[in-house]
Design a protein around this ligand. Structure first.
Ligand SMILES: *Cc1c(COP(=O)(O)O)cnc(C)c1O
Length: 475
């Protein structure tokens, strides 16, 4: 009885509860610039399950007391780790309403919400200049989008060998051949989850000093395996240096070789939003399946990504749910038959809000302004005595390292990078993450938040210089 009455009381005073959430949100945003970019994750767990609940307002207050101040500023303008997009104001509004409406997007028949997802996919197709024969659906992130794309590739490749993997499994097949130049780690993870296996990846050499695949080497690989169905994973925006495979050249190989072309364009696909950069994704329209993240450069809250395909029927072969009940003729096989989930949140709504609110011009602006701040930071690094630029700034990531201050034969180690980045995080103004670029320990600064402006580059630069001074003193 007690619990029910607390819920009823909360419901009766819902306006008060939600108004407090508005206040908390506004306070969070007001302090975002000053909030430390990274917070120490340690805490003593103090809360246990209350026998009698506190009610919503008290729960919010308790959370604020215990945790709110310790959250990182990953939503802010100077969190440059990984590829961490921000969230536009309209997308946050849409995301709140996802919880309010609480629709189940497993299908399309009992609510208009399913059509909103289809409409959102259609708007995104326009944004990425993709032809109408691509269908798509929302998934939780680019890892899942890669999984869905490669699941279809697996189904296709096995069919070529007379096997229906969805029903019979991989047991009768020789190892599938996957080829890629500089694949993201989530490709390996997907191969593991799909039973194809991480070792099925054949790394094709990249062009000298690039992360873009060597087309001649790819052709040679396809020639060598011309009697086996191959899957090519092309990369449209690598995480280290935002390098792009020549998608049009890869697509042209299709006239000589039958292969499945999956393009991981998790964040690099957004080059399509700007006439200055759209040449980078020329040929994307020839893919069989495409991954694009929404919680990165679309700047909607986590967790959200899109998978696009031109082989929906293969997708249904893999993901159909409850075939006996649906029979063989699924008229409009939507969501639960297309992606790993069965019940699904109204994930398209934040994207719908943001696309409607800011349109093509808004996304052109985010991409171009992030690219501009990356260029500015790259310039400062290239002209500095302390840092060294490792690759040209092609779009929104600056890949750099520390200049060796010691004797030439002593090379920089990952330990040096970790120590420097630790200092940078303690400084609190900017967050960056380590990487390994062509065998050298390196640092990445990835810009993908609409909040980042030119002035942030000055703050970032000052933080880098101050942290380098501190690091040199220690070392
Ligand atoms: C981020 C990223 C992924 C994985 O995305 P999640 O949304 O974190 O699952 C895959 N590929 C590329 C190129 C990425 O940048």
């Amino acid at each position: 009885m007690a619990m029910v009455s607390k819920m009823q009381a909360d419901q009766q005073d819902l306006a008060a509860l939600l108004n407090r959430v508005v206040q908390e949100s506004l306070q969070f945003f007001a302090g975002l610039e000053e909030r430390p970019v990274a917070a120490q994750a340690k805490t003593e767990a103090v809360e246990s399950l209350p026998s009698d609940g506190r009610g919503g307002l008290q729960a919010l207050e308790r959370f604020q007391q215990l945790y709110a101040k310790k959250l990182s500023a990953s939503a802010g303008p100077r969190y440059l780790g990984f590829v961490t997009g921000g969230a536009t104001p309209a997308s946050i509004a849409g995301d709140w309403l996802v919880s309010v409406y609480d629709q189940n997007l497993s299908g399309i028949s009992d609510s208009i919400a399913g059509y909103v997802e289809l409409e959102t996919i259609a708007m995104l197709r326009e944004l990425f200049l993709l032809p109408d024969d691509f269908s798509g659906a929302f998934v939780s992130g680019a890892t899942m989008a890669n999984f869905v794309g490669l699941a279809q590739a697996r189904q296709w490749a096995a069919r070529k060998q007379g096997v229906d993997v969805a029903n019979d499994g991989l047991y009768q097949l020789p190892p599938l051949k996957i080829a890629s130049g500089a694949p993201h780690s989530s490709i390996y993870k997907s191969l593991s989850m799909l039973g194809i296996g991480r070792k099925s990846m054949h790394l094709i050499p990249c062009q000298p000093n690039r992360e873009a695949i060597d087309i001649a080497a790819l052709r040679a690989f396809l020639e060598e395996h011309r009697n086996e169905p191959c899957v090519v994973v092309a990369n449209a925006g690598t995480v280290n240096t935002v390098d792009y495979d020549d998608l049009a050249a890869i697509a042209r190989l299709k006239s000589d070789y039958a292969f499945w072309l999956h393009v991981d364009a998790a964040f690099g696909g957004f080059a399509a939003c700007s006439p200055r950069f759209s040449h980078l994704v020329n040929g994307l329209e020839h893919a069989d399946s495409i991954t694009i993240d929404a919680h990165k450069w679309l700047n909607v809250p986590y967790d959200s990504a899109m998978q696009f395909t031109r082989h929906k029927s293969l997708q249904v072969d893999v993901f159909q749910n409850n075939a006996a009940y649906l029979g063989s003729a699924i008229a409009q096989p939507e969501f639960a038959h297309l992606t790993p989930e069965n019940s699904r949140r109204f994930r398209a709504l934040p994207a719908w809000f943001s696309l409607q609110a800011y349109g093509r011009a808004g996304y052109k602006e985010i991409v171009e302004s992030n690219a501009e701040v990356a260029r500015l930071l790259g310039e400062k690094i290239a002209g500095s005595d302390s840092f060294e630029l490792l690759a040209p700034v092609r779009l929104n990531v600056v890949c750099f390292s520390l200049k060796r201050k010691t004797r030439a034969e002593e090379s920089l180690t990952m330990n040096d990078i970790t120590r420097f980045l630790g200092q940078l995080s303690r400084d609190g103004r900017v967050f960056m993450t380590p990487t390994n670029y062509q065998g050298s320990p390196a640092i990445r600064a990835a810009f993908s938040n609409w909040r980042t402006v030119g002035q942030d580059v000055d703050v970032i630069w000052q933080a880098l210089c101050d942290s380098f001074a501190e690091y040199s003193r220690e070392g």
